[in-house]
Ligand binder design. Structure first.
Ligand SMILES: [Zn+2]
Ligand SMILES: [Zn+2]
Length: 430
């Protein structure tokens, strides 16, 4: 077996694949326990999530790709049969990266010995050390952020949002490489500048539920400045949404349209120095996918930007109530020091009088529904409505998003509930 040089992963289990033979066939790593399915190779660049592990210690949340000495097929110990996807590019978790930066390679070896359950036998230790050294001694400067790791979610509060934005702008200006189309320095500086002036939006949990329901049904949509809440912005949902698990999205005006970028949160579950370093050097958000769009550009439903566009449309439709978050004193002070105006965070929520059960359906509610202890969104749908001068333009408007259940009950997310009565409800709002 030789190490995989092409970055391919299995579409079914999202595991990185090794190559076998020539011409190469792609196979699951031998140590990986699968349900027996055949590997379905797809380029890693087409996947939002790849189940990669740290090549040093096996940690499931690799953070950086390092380039070093070529290390091909490796097996340690007759019984252990440790064979890994080694090559010139190694994945490092935040903890291993911290130890490497601090010149404590011995601690990286400790982690490997422990994680692979090889026992602290001096010979095993020595072999792992040799392996790490072979790679690290030939290491090239620089590193690339891994954006395909499915970190546990990190909640971002509205108060933190200015800091989250500033760290993200700093990441775009840093020397660390980013994958994706945002790789070039010019593009990165442009996005960072856009983030500096971005309007900040935080979507509360009820509105996030609604946005997710709406995003799943969004038809083809024509991009227009008319339905963007600002020319540049950063928007954070209260939890990751859609099957892509998008935690945040930014949009930046360019000379011929906008750069839309989706993000996931990183660092969830980390602690101590590795977390501190990650927050300083990367922040909270990692870009996962990006698209450049122009005015009147048609984006198909199910497009990666659907979550953002559906949310914009709901905002412009005034489904949301807008309030302003109180920004932390420390953040206000740090902005004042650099002569920046106090940042404003707009919180978008479904207000008390919005989206509640319309009167026409109240009478149609059965006794069983009345006794429900939670409320849920009922099957809204999108309709293209004319707007603008001469009503010549079209934009999708979400129709009949309304809530069923007692007014004081918590709102529950449900995408499967359908209207039970035969009476068609009128839209809650027009
Ligand atoms: Zn697989
Ligand atoms: Zn590691």
């Amino acid at each position: 077996m030789t190490a995989a040089r092409e970055a391919m992963a299995c579409q079914i289990c999202l595991a990185p694949l090794n190559t076998l033979g020539a011409p190469p066939t792609y196979v699951h790593p031998v140590q990986l326990a699968t349900d027996g399915h055949e590997a379905v190779p797809v380029p890693v660049s087409q996947l939002d999530t790849v189940r990669r592990t740290c090549d040093f210690c096996g940690d499931p949340y690799p953070t950086w790709t390092l380039v070093g000495g070529e290390v091909t097929a490796v097996a340690i110990g007759a019984a252990a049969g440790l064979v890994q996807n080694f090559g010139q590019a190694w994945a490092a978790c935040a903890t291993c990266q911290t130890h490497i930066d601090d010149g404590r390679n011995d601690k990286v070896v400790d982690r490997a010995v422990q994680a692979f359950g090889l026992g602290d036998h001096p010979q095993v230790r020595e072999r792992i050390e040799q392996l790490h050294q072979a790679f690290l001694n030939a290491r090239l400067p620089g590193r690339t952020l891994i954006t395909t790791t499915a970190w546990p979610d990190t909640a971002i509060t509205p108060r933190e949002l200015p800091k989250v934005r500033d760290r993200l702008a700093r990441l775009y200006r840093s020397d660390d490489d980013l994958p994706l189309a945002v790789a070039s320095t010019d593009v990165r500086e442009h996005i960072a500048a856009g983030l500096d002036r971005a309007r900040l939006f935080w979507i509360d949990s009820d509105f996030t539920d609604l946005a997710e329901c709406a995003a799943e049904k969004l038809p083809d949509a024509t991009i227009s400045l008319d339905f963007m809440p600002s020319t540049d912005g950063l928007l954070v949902w209260s939890r990751p949404i859609t099957h892509r698990q998008i935690a945040a999205a930014s949009w930046t005006a360019t000379n011929d349209g906008w750069q839309l970028i989706n993000y996931r949160t990183i660092g969830g579950g980390l602690g101590g120095t590795p977390l501190q370093r990650l927050r300083e050097q990367v922040g909270w958000l990692a870009p996962t996918s990006t698209v450049q769009v122009q005015e009147q550009h048609v984006l198909p439903g199910q497009h990666p930007a659907t979550a953002l566009i559906a949310t914009w449309l709901l905002v412009v439709q005034q489904v949301a109530e807008v309030t302003t978050a109180v920004v932390d004193k420390a953040i206000r002070k740090s902005y004042a020091r650099t002569n920046r105006p106090v940042p404003e965070v707009r919180i978008l929520s479904i207000g008390a009088n919005r989206g509640t059960t319309p009167p026409t359906t109240q009478s149609a509610m059965g006794a069983s529904e009345r006794s429900q202890s939670s409320r849920f969104w009922v099957s809204g749908h999108w309709r293209n409505q004319p707007y603008g001068p001469g009503r010549a333009l079209r934009r999708p408007v979400y129709i009949s998003p309304f809530l069923r259940g007692p007014d004081d009950a918590p709102i529950k997310l449900s995408t499967t509930v359908r209207i039970l009565s035969s009476q068609k409800p009128k839209p809650a709002r027009d």
